[in-house]
Write a protein that binds this ligand. Sequence first.
Ligand code: FE2
Ligand code: FE2
Length: 200
Amino acid sequence: MATAENSILGLIMPTDPRWTDLASVSLEEILTDHAFCEQKAATQCISLIQIYPDKPDLVNALAPIVTEEWGHFRMVWSEMKKRGFSLGRQRKDDYVNLLLQHSPKNLPAGEKLLHRLMICALIEARSCERFRLLSENLEEKALRDFYYKFMVSEAGHYRLFIDLAELYYPVQQVRDTWSLWLRIEEHVLHLLVPRGDRMH
Ligand SMILES: [Fe+2]
Ligand SMILES: [Fe+2]
């Protein structure tokens, strides 16, 4: 059953409610994983700018997002330091790896950007949904407020990636490709066991 929030974001599968229970018991793990997610979000935007320097609208849109995502990393890291947590090693990101494994094969060169933007939008949408759950369910009020800010910010990024796709591709093609990715993500979530030490 899709929630109102999910239908705004388009996500097919709501997060298993057990995830928030699990997440609250592994605060150090979830903050660590979140810190790495923010780093990856920043490097993903840098990488898009490096691959598509010939698209000034994309460069203009993503350059400030690099700064914003890096700012998110710094916010999470500072929250971790306050609690005496350490960053630890980066972990395997099963969610993103499975999404990439399920990418359509042999895409024409001209469609690669569209699929990359859709994957970015999807990760933002799912992160936004998880941040909402954390902002509603964590015990500590300061952390609920902390996650509310991330939810708002990642919702804006989800919209930005969809808008960028619509700038370079026909709206119907973007809608069809977005629907395809929503179905891929639904399948990927069925393959993953909800874990309280991961954002996804
Ligand atoms: Fe972020
Ligand atoms: Fe983001």
